[in-house]
Write a protein that binds this ligand. Structure first.
Ligand SMILES: [Cu+2]
Length: 165
């Protein structure tokens, strides 16, 4: 009896601790709170806050040209605070994905926070239609070189490199 009461108390504290970090909705149901408390490891980037683009937005096209799937340009150098907007031109589906194992630990949480609609960790959504776009802000991302790829065309070497100055 006493032990179960202590456990319940501890569980409530975990729920409160998780819920207070970045939730703005106060209408969290008991079920949602329990799920959140039960899966704390699934959302490591919850502490990261999306940092909007404050500089230039650079354009990268996703194309199929001469039987080659590519990001154009494949290599791009940007400044802190800049963003990149990818546009689906041809050869869909494409996406923008970073290998979580190669992204520096110091950059990971912010990059995750800055990538909308991830289908898995650091993988952007599939772009199917011409003129569909996907943007990532590199604000608050540490200077460095970031390799990325298109998941459907990884085997065809559809890769790009972003250098953040
Ligand atoms: Cu592709």
């Amino acid at each position: 009896m006493q032990i179960s009461r202590i456990l319940l108390g501890a569980a409530s504290m975990v729920v409160l601790a998780c819920g207070g970090a970045d939730r703005t909705d106060t209408a969290t149901t008991d079920t949602a709170a329990v799920v959140a408390a039960a899966t704390p490891a699934a959302t490591p980037a919850a502490a990261g806050t999306m940092a909007p683009i404050t500089g230039t937005t650079h354009e990268v096209r996703m194309v199929l040209e001469n039987n080659e799937y590519k990001f154009s340009p494949a290599n791009i150098t940007i400044k802190a605070g800049d963003g990149i907007r990818w546009t689906m031109v041809s050869g869909a589906p494409h996406n923008v994905a970073f290998d979580p194992a190669t992204v520096p630990a110091a950059a990971k949480a912010q990059l995750m926070a800055n990538m909308p609609n991830q289908i898995s960790e650091l993988s952007g959504p599939m772009m199917i239609n011409a003129n569909e776009t996907y943007s990532i802000s590199f604000a608050n991302i540490p200077a460095g070189t970031y390799n990325y790829f298109c998941t459907p065309h990884l085997a065809m070497n559809m890769r790009g490199v972003i250098t953040v100055q």
